[in-house]
Design a protein around this ligand. Structure first.
Ligand code: ADP
Ligand code: MG
Length: 680
């Protein structure tokens, strides 16, 4: 596609356009209005309705600068039905000049009842000649950037449209029959309508984005996303991977040694994974399961299958604490079976690290657990068959890809405890197979959540102390202070000092992100061994920490946390048989959003349900934004539209089977150069 012609003085214009992602004609064509204004009609002043935007044609009868209550420009205008005022709190001399007595104006804005009677504050206006024709379509208002006016943007878009029509570049990427069955209009017609809607189109249909033209655009965008992700999926499926045929002896031995039976969900997901591992192409699967649903044992079984088949397996976790915990848990399970579990993190002493790495390279260590040191250090595997990434959303895209490179032909399993509603998963994870652990192990008593105002802190202290003295253990989570890590640390240290003083008969520990890795591990080990009863922590304990005896958690300033984070934190308790509670301390007054969040976490225990409500509360953009940095947002599509997402998936698979050219054209139109981002 040709780049749009840009005028000469344009370095700055081009830069502004680039900020909006506007380079080629194709980019301009799909840069669609945010909203519209109806300038096709003139409303009489007498018919103006308060709060509604309308256009008037008026004559100026008076104009003055008033100084009360502050400097402002006020013009009195009339038509043959009545009079009103135009009020400007900021204005330029040339605006004042345009408003001279006798001037004829077209004025657009919302009329309100002011203290001078009916008035419009800061109306848009232009002088008009006699019998100047009205526009014959609604006026689009585009998303723009500082210093780029609507008029300029409109002109550039109109030109791009003309050029594309002339060059036949508005062709449809979907066959007519398909459009008919989906009840969607043609691309060119939809785009034309959205840029220049005729006045008989209902403004409300356009603004709610329910008009068929909008639906076509939304569908196209979802389709582009599906095409891109499904194509990446198919491409990876053409690579080869070792078929990890296993005798089942080690997995059987492990299962026999466990003090519990697998849940149905664990059995089902384990089967799905096991079936992938014997395929001659790499597994690309995501295991989703709420906190505490028991993903680790499923991972261990998968790793054993690789080992039985004569390959190595690696498990990477996002934090030292979590990696260490996996290491302890897996060695506890597997060393009795005679297996060596390797351990590689950044904090290992040089010699130990060298030895660990060389043992992995020689193939003497079949199973390796670690942090991102696994990819950053020179770790070479002898025969890597499976890589597992825990809490995959915590890693950067680059790191995730790097672990894949270690075993170019290895199977890949990602695990996540951050549940995503089904439609979002279908959309975001279209390039993965997804297994869901939708059942918690039996015998858990649900965590009781309490909301307690800050002012009742003393009661909370009493309760925590009593629980610890009775043999229980508790977490005390310090507030999130987003602006400053130093401040967060300071608060944690102060809280620690306060609790030590308030509870001389309780052993209190402190863990935070600035501690050296071995110090951190020592504190966690002491807590796990019940040598510490009360653990003061920053959000470093958010993911994965598993100390079943801990049954009480206090979260300070709970109103500052996001829902996913609160759910993760709360998931640290309720892991044993004891009744557990989570006390959410909050500071008053609560904002509306914070109140809504606390209500959701108070009323729900199921992570998928919380994610659903979170999605409704914030909308897909923010919801995804928090999790998937680097994922360019869909601009127009509504990810909550289940049917449309499902249709896009179906049509994508059909198109990929039928026509490469159509697929390429569709992707070029909607993703342009952004396709790589979407895939990573
Ligand atoms: P997560 O999915 O959050 O990673 P974990 O794998 O850490 O959960 O498991 C949470 C706890 O539940 C662990 O102590 C684990 O040993 C235990 N567990 C896992 N599966 C079962 C089961 N089927 N029955 C009883 N306990 C289980
Ligand atoms: Mg886990």
């Amino acid at each position: 596609m040709k780049p749009a012609a840009t005028p000469k003085s344009t370095n700055t214009l081009a830069a502004k356009l680039a900020r909006l992602g506007l380079r080629t004609d194709a980019d301009f064509i799909v840069h669609l209005p945010l909203r519209y204004e109806d300038e096709t009609r003139i409303t009489r002043i007498a018919d103006a309705r308060s709060g509604e935007a309308a256009q008037f044609e008026v004559e100026v009868v008076d104009c003055e600068i008033a100084f009360r209550p502050r400097r402002q420009l006020i013009a009195r205008v009339v038509d043959d039905s009545g009079a009103m005022s135009l009020r400007f709190l900021n204005f330029y001399p040339n605006q004042q000049k345009m408003l001279q007595i006798g001037a004829r104006l077209r004025v657009f804005g919302e009329v309100h009842e002011g203290y001078l009677g009916e008035e419009i504050i800061h109306p848009r206006f232009q002088t008009v000649g006699a019998a100047q024709a009205l526009p014959d379509c609604l006026t689009p208002i585009y998303p723009t950037t500082a210093g780029l006016g609507q008029a300029t943007l409109r002109r550039l878009i109109a030109r791009a449209l003309e050029r594309s029509e002339a060059a036949n570049a508005m062709h449809d990427t979907l066959p007519k029959a398909m459009l008919k069955s989906l009840r969607l209009p043609e691309f060119a017609a939809a785009i034309r309508l959205l840029h220049t809607p005729p006045p008989d189109v209902k403004l409300s249909d356009l603004e709610s984005r329910k008009h068929p033209a909008w639906r076509r655009v939304q569908f196209d965008e979802l389709l582009a996303q599906q095409l891109s992700l499904r194509r990446a999926y198919a491409a990876r499926r053409t690579r080869s991977a070792p078929q990890l045929m296993a005798s089942g002896q080690l997995t059987k031995a492990l299962l026999a040694s466990l003090p519990f039976e697998l849940t149905h969900a664990q059995v089902r997901t384990w089967r799905e994974i096991a079936a992938d591992l014997v395929q001659p192409h790499p597994m690309q699967r995501l295991l989703q399961g709420d906190v505490g649903s028991g993903k680790t044992i499923v991972a261990a079984l998968a790793m054993l299958q690789a080992v039985e088949a004569g390959y190595q397996a690696a498990l990477m976790a996002p934090t030292e604490i979590l990696a260490e915990q996996h290491y302890r848990k897996l060695s506890g399970w597997l060393e009795p079976l005679g297996m060596k579990v390797g351990w590689i993190t950044g904090s290992l002493k040089a010699k130990a690290k060298r030895e660990a790495i060389s043992s992995v390279g020689a193939g003497d260590t079949p199973l390796v657990i670690g942090t991102h040191a696994l990819i950053e250090e020179n770790v070479e595997f002898k025969k890597l068959g499976l890589t597992i990434v825990d809490e995959q959303h915590r890693f950067g895209v680059r790191q995730r890809l790097a672990l894949k490179d270690k075993g170019q032909y290895a199977h890949q399993l990602a695990m996540s405890a951050t549940p995503i509603p089904r439609t979002l998963a279908m959309s975001l994870y279209a390039d993965l197979d997804v297994s869901v652990l939708d059942e918690l192990p039996p015998g858990r008593t649900p965590v009781v959540t309490k909301l307690v105002a800050d002012s009742r802190r003393a009661d909370v202290l009493t309760r925590v102390r009593a629980a610890c003295i009775a043999g229980g253990q508790a977490y005390w989570v310090c507030p999130l202070i987003e602006e400053s890590e130093t401040l967060q640390l300071k608060t944690a240290e102060e809280t620690f000092a306060m609790l030590v003083e308030a509870m001389p008969d309780v052993k209190v520990g402190l863990v935070h992100g600035r501690l050296k890795a071995d110090a951190k591990a020592a504190v966690m080990a002491a807590f796990a061994a019940n040598e510490i009863q009360l653990l003061v922590a920053t959000t470093v304990i958010e993911v994965g920490v598993d100390v079943p005896n801990a049954s009480l958690m206090v979260i300070e300033h709970a109103e500052r946390f996001g829902l996913a984070q609160l759910h993760q934190l709360r998931g640290r308790v309720g892991r044993g048989a004891a009744h557990s509670a989570c006390i959410l301390l909050y500071a008053q007054p609560l904002g509306q959003l914070a109140r809504a969040r606390l209500k959701i976490i108070f009323e729900n225990n199921d992570g998928f349900e919380i994610a659903n409500q979170d999605l409704h509360l914030r909308g897909p953009g923010e919801f995804i934004g928090a999790r998937q940095s680097g994922m360019p947002l869909l601009r127009y599509a509504d990810l909550e539209d289940v049917d449309m997402v499902a249709n896009a998936r179906r049509v994508a698979d059909q198109m990929l089977n039928e026509s490469t050219t159509q697929v390429d054209m569709h992707l070029a139109r909607w993703l342009g150069g952004r396709e790589d981002l979407l895939k990573a």
